[in-house]
Design a protein around this ligand. Structure first.
Ligand SMILES: NC(=O)c1ccc[n+]([C@@H]2O[C@H](COP(=O)([O-])OP(=O)(O)OC[C@H]3O[C@@H](n4cnc5c(N)ncnc54)[C@H](OP(=O)(O)O)[C@@H]3O)[C@@H](O)[C@H]2O)c1
Length: 358
């Protein structure tokens, strides 16, 4: 049984999500016995910060030797499968941020505020949902519980950091080149992300025309809510924003709603709700823990059954690293009954962006 001051491994500790995992654990003053960082062969032996401590990136082939209680896997799907295959026995729990295990019916896909009940003391592998799915469902779940949802339609406005560190670097490089009227080629995205808007870069399914991100939003929403036939129509788009995604979401409800009770339902479930007229942008969410909702409107021609929302959320934090850490906290609580109050994230985009690039 893992200790309640666990040994934690972070795979991909230098990446966008891995960096956020380090800073979130450190900011929450997480009681860990040890933090061990791993990365690709490129970064073995280099150093990363954990609070004020400097940690050395360990080789991946040593991961089984560290007797870790939890591994926060913040690398791609192939690396995640390798990590899962390299561990034997049942002493380590993997919480994976990639898409490797999300569709596996035997692996819980968890947003703790919604379906933490899927976690048990015996859970050894948990999948963290896609970032756009996490922020949308966090905002919609209180509405679903109160009114029932028949249909979801959404357009995302996704930050370049959703593609990792290199997405941020590409936005900086191409923006400088554009402003200096210099030629520059895209390498992370199929077209220039500077001063541009384009459909999500994931592969298009030739049969349906949906891109991979849209298909993830559909299948993961259905799995998390246990509604395999729910109608969901996403359009996923990249915008030249460094950090934090925005989404416009419209839902058809089973029962009529009113603005006051929608706001109450959201606030009751710890969603930050802005007053009408208050501007909400990704900058307001960047670096913080909150899912923020603004511009709640009811379609006047829908008999109060169609509601539209504008949502912003730091997709590296609640959409990835924080959600994974909350899953780990739930498991620790189940296994040891220890619960700790945490310092909420501060909305300081500049500081957090510096950390991503550090
Ligand atoms: N960025 C987001 O907003 C977001 C949101 C939700 C989920 N995710 C998912 O989270 C995961 C990490 O994304 P990211 O944005 O942090 O990407 P990233 O910035 O590109 O970082 C990926 C990290 O994975 C490491 N890595 C690559 N191959 C590896 C291997 N074979 N063994 C060990 N480490 C390896 C890299 O290590 P080196 O630095 O050593 O090369 C790098 O640090 C991905 O699965 C992504 O889909 C990302």
């Amino acid at each position: 049984m893992p200790s309640n001051t666990p040994r934690i491994g972070i795979v991909g500790a230098r990446g966008a999500v891995g960096t956020e995992a380090r800073s979130t654990l450190s900011q929450r003053e997480f009681a860990a016995d040890s933090i061990v960082c791993f990365g690709s062969a490129r970064s073995e032996g280099t150093h990363v910060l954990y609070g004020s401590d400097s940690l050395t990136i360990q080789p991946m082939n040593s991961i089984a030797n560290h007797e870790l209680d939890y591994i926060l896997c913040c690398a791609d799907a192939q690396a995640a499968r390798e990590v899962a295959n390299s561990l034997h026995g049942d002493s380590t729990t993997i919480i994976d941020n990639s898409s490797a295990f999300r569709a596996d019916p035997d692996v819980p896909l968890v947003i703790p505020e919604i379906n933490a009940d899927l976690l048990t003391p015996h859970t050894r592998l948990v999948a963290n949902p896609n970032c756009s799915t996490i922020m949308m469902l966090r905002a919609l779940d209180p509405i679903r519980r109160t009114y029932g949802i028949q249909r979801v339609s959404t357009t995302t406005y996704q930050a370049v950091s959703g593609a990792g560190r290199t997405g941020i670097e590409e936005l900086h490089r191409l923006t400088r080149a554009y402003l200096n009227e210099q030629p520059a080629k895209s390498s992370v995205f199929p077209v220039s992300c500077a001063f541009n808007v384009f459909e999500h870069e994931s592969a298009i399914d030739p049969e349906t025309g949906f891109n991979g991100e849209e298909l993830k939003m559909i299948s993961e929403t259905r799995k998390i809510w246990g509604l395999p036939d729910l109608s969901i129509l996403p359009t996923c788009v990249r915008v030249p924003v460094e950090r934090a995604h925005a989404q416009s979401v419209t839902v058809d409800l089973e029962h009529p709603a009113c603005l006051t009770s929608i706001g109450e339902a959201l606030r009751t479930h710890s969603i930050r709700v802005l007053e009408p007229g208050d501007p909400l942008t990704p900058h307001d969410a960047a670096g913080g823990d909150d899912v923020i909702v603004g511009r709640i409107r009811i379609d006047p021609d829908s008999q109060s059954r169609r509601v539209t929302l504008w949502i912003c959320c730091d997709q590296i934090r609640k959409g990835a690293a924080l959600n994974a850490i909350q899953i780990m906290e739930c498991l620790i609580e189940q296994r040891h009954g220890s619960k700790k109050e945490h310092t909420p994230g501060v909305a300081c985009a500049e500081e957090q962006n510096r950390k991503v690039l550090a």
